[in-house]
Design a protein around this ligand. Structure first.
Ligand code: PMV
Length: 341
């Protein structure tokens, strides 16, 4: 067997956010979510995996630094991959007993609210699946690493269905539209801070699920309708509708963080200045030309159409004169590629 495999996987950024789990162990969400998967030239993770009879232990290096392999999510992904390999009879027992080495790197800040774990686990699981020659869908295994990783397994616009079965078998990601569907769509990531977030999404979700009344309201009364509406907007390439829902959902997610007890604060003053700027720009333009969305961090992800990119970059540079090129991960297309090797 080939015993080294390298895979590149893209980041996805949600426009309807996943926040809250109904099962912590299986990583089953409380609500459906929707995202766009980026072109791998924008932001991606690259992972190499290998297995060899001489390896004495499972080992992992993240951005060149050795980390512990005892992380339960990592263990769950490897265990599930191996059990699929057994079920699909793809490799022999002795190969299965060999240890694995994993080396992964991102071309963007890790754990700074830029979906690094989504790309990382999608990449890891896809690489392991290739190493062990697994044929079946691996998005549900990526989910065991990081919920949002199941969406990075597909390109284009993706929906993660919360599902309702206790075993999670219906909690899967499906593609809404492929990467060629909306070729004018662009993303512009504004790196406001590249330090690791103070509250991990796992801890944040737990605090919010246990304490936020707004979270309950959102799940029952907001997400179902928004999900249907944004899918319609994506299908019809209705940018202003897409943008409005994206911004409202980001705002509601951060409102839930503040409604949690103790409150969780991911956005900074600069993040809020970006929000103000985008609203002013949209107002002056007479139509919604740019949407912002913020994950569990201070960095802004702007969705916009290709012809507006130069103007918006100039606007950001004007409003934030100290901005340097490192603050931009510029706006190539959304979702041109799916995972490739
Ligand atoms: O998959 P996690 O555990 O990294 O959580 C992701 C949570 C958000 O990024 C805030 C929202 C989302 O849907 O990606």
């Amino acid at each position: 067997m080939s015993n080294i495999v390298t895979v590149i996987a893209p980041v996805n950024i949600a426009v309807i956010k996943y926040w809250g789990k109904r099962d912590e162990k299986l990583i089953l969400p409380l609500n459906d979510s929707v995202s766009a998967t980026f072109d791998t030239s924008v932001m991606c993770a690259k992972t190499s995996v290998s297995t060899h009879p001489d390896f004495v232990e499972d080992q992992i290096w993240l951005n060149g630094k050795e980390e512990s392999f005892s992380n339960p999510r990592l263990q769950n992904c490897l265990r599930e991959i191996k059990s699929r390999a057994v079920a699909e009879k793809t490799i022999t027992e002795d190969v299965l007993s060999w240890k694995v080495h994993v080396s992964s790197e991102n071309n963007f800040p890790t754990a700074a609210g830029l979906a690094s774990s989504a790309a990382g686990y999608a990449c890891l699981v896809s690489a392991l699946a290739k190493l062990y020659k697994i044929k079946s869908d691996v998005s549900s295994i990526a989910r065991l690493g990081s919920g949002s990783a199941c969406r990075s397994v597909y390109g284009g616009f993706v929906r993660w269905h919360a599902g309702s079965k206790p075993d999670g078998s219906d909690s899967i990601a499906t593609q809404i539209a492929d990467s060629n569907h909306w070729p004018e769509m662009r993303v512009l990531v504004l790196v406001v801070g590249n330090t690791q977030k103070k509250v991990s999404s796992t801890v944040g979700m737990k605090i919010s699920s246990e304490t936020s009344e707004l979270l309950k309201h959102r799940i029952q009364h907001c997400v179902p309708q928004r999900t249907e509406e944004i899918i319609e907007a994506i299908k019809n390439k209705d940018f202003s509708k897409f943008a409005e829902i994206t911004m409202k959902d980001s705002n509601q997610f951060h409102a839930i963080c503040l409604d949690s007890y103790p409150p969780i604060v991911y956005m900074t003053d600069i993040s809020h200045s970006i929000v103000d700027l985008i609203h002013k720009y949209n107002d002056l333009s007479g139509e919604t030309k740019v949407a912002y969305t913020f994950d569990a961090g201070s960095n802004a992800c702007l969705y916009l159409l290709k012809h507006d990119v130069p103007k918006v970059i100039s606007l950001i540079k004007y409003a934030f004169p100290s901005t340097s090129p490192e603050n931009f991960i510029t706006g190539l297309s959304v979702a041109k590629e799916e995972i490739n090797t």
